[in-house]
Ligand binder design. Structure first.
Ligand SMILES: CC(=O)CC(=O)SCCNC(=O)CCNC(=O)[C@H](O)C(C)(C)COP(=O)(O)OP(=O)(O)OC[C@H]1O[C@@H](n2cnc3c(N)ncnc32)[C@H](O)[C@@H]1OP(=O)(O)O
Ligand SMILES: NC(=O)C1=CN([C@@H]2O[C@H](COP(=O)(O)OP(=O)(O)OC[C@H]3O[C@@H](n4cnc5c(N)ncnc54)[C@H](OP(=O)(O)O)[C@@H]3O)[C@@H](O)[C@H]2O)C=CC1
Length: 292
């Protein structure tokens, strides 16, 4: 297992800023990049707000928060990753976006650098094959919100070496995450089970079996879910949910994974959930209001 010091995070969105948050708190130096300056600022604001919540719950001190924030550097240039020991990609759930990122990063980082993706569903083996180091490539699937969720799903590609796997496990342990191993098949374990359930909730709405509120209330109180499935879909991002269903549908060639037309419609409208202020709920007021 290799000792890591500097962790690169590509993508400052919901997941990227969460991965930067937990890595900085664990004592690593962090380099977080994004193509958008605005996303970087939003990401750093989210980290500050979320760490402050944890300070208010006395999980650590203000000084520890300041020290952790001081360990995070941001840039819109991918060249900022040139000294990283491990790079975790957390950009949009589109294979072509991820492949382009990994092609670029391989030109920049030294041969010792490990590469990981936080993809929800896309083939680790296929992403690894677009790099110059498939043996140093692995899936590290964090859960949302990263500071609170204990799981890291670890997925080895066909070429991933034992040393890479052990380095990933060591990183997860330092972050105090519990790991599970999943084989490299579409959407791995969590999203193979969870996202079809979310898609079924959208079908339930689409077919008029329930309303946004009755569906979420039914699952919160009937199945003791902390969030109803439509609230959770908004929390994850409807674009990400749709991408995962498309990966399942294409990868497993089973019509049971066909995305609900209503989910497609919401993504087409740009109503992709909490991150844009509107999905199955409108988040612009004091309380979320169903959008249908
Ligand atoms: C899509 C994929 O690829 C894989 C996935 O991630 S699937 C999605 C997995 N995630 C889930 O299923 C999440 C389901 N939801 C939950 O577990 C809970 O709603 C939740 C933990 C997210 C929030 O908990 P909650 O009690 O309902 O709401 P909330 O009060 O906002 O948060 C609970 C505490 O955690 C804190 N908290 C919430 N989000 C936080 C964050 N991102 N960082 C730090 N602290 C946070 C809050 O401050 C709150 O503490 P206080 O009450 O002391 O302020
Ligand atoms: N959301 C969730 O609950 C979970 C998501 N994941 C996975 O994590 C990844 C990120 O998801 P999430 O954080 O929700 O997505 P977001 O949409 O919140 O964030 C993605 C970020 O990546 C940026 N980005 C896009 N292209 C590039 C690029 N070429 N280089 C650098 N940054 C880029 C986006 O910028 P812009 O907006 O300007 O395009 C955006 O800021 C996805 O693979 C997703 O499947 C894993 C677990 C849970």
């Amino acid at each position: 297992m290799t000792n890591l010091q500097t962790i690169g995070v590509i993508g400052a969105g919901q997941m990227g800023n969460g991965i930067a948050h937990v890595s900085a708190l664990a004592g690593y130096d962090v380099v977080m990049t994004d193509i958008s300056e605005d996303a970087l600022k939003h990401g750093m604001d989210a980290i500050e707000k979320n760490m402050a919540r944890q300070v208010s719950r006395e999980q650590f001190s203000v000084d520890e928060m300041k020290a952790a924030m001081g360990r995070i550097k941001t840039s819109t240039s991918i060249k900022a990753h040139e000294n990283d020991d491990l790079v975790v990609e957390a950009a949009t759930e589109k294979r072509e976006v991820k492949e382009q990122i990994f092609r670029s990063i391989c030109e920049i980082v030294p041969s010792r650098t490990y590469l990981a993706t936080n993809t929800s569903s896309i083939s680790i083996t296929r992403l690894a094959s677009t790099t110059d180091r498939p043996e140093k490539f692995i899936g590290m699937h964090f859960m949302n919100p990263v500071p609170l969720m204990k799981l890291m799903e670890v997925i080895r590609g066909l070429a991933t070496s034992q040393a890479t796997y052990e380095t990933a496990i060591g990183f997860a342990n330092r972050l105090e995450k519990t790991t599970t191993n999943a084989e490299d098949y579409p959407a791995f374990i969590v999203n193979r089970i969870l996202v079809p359930m979310i898609n079924e909730a959208v079908y339930t709405l689409y077919e008029g079996v329930g309303t946004v509120e009755s569906i979420d209330t039914a699952m919160r109180l009937g199945a003791n879910h902390p969030m109803g499935p439509l609230t959770l879909a908004d929390f994850i991002g409807l674009d990400t949910c749709l991408s995962i269903m498309q990966v399942l549908h294409d990868g497993l060639a089973d019509t049971k994974y066909r995305p609900c037309p209503l989910l497609v419609k919401y993504v087409e409208a740009g109503w992709v959930g909490r991150k844009v202020g509107k999905g199955f709920y409108d988040y612009s007021g004091d309380v979320p209001v169903p959008t249908r």
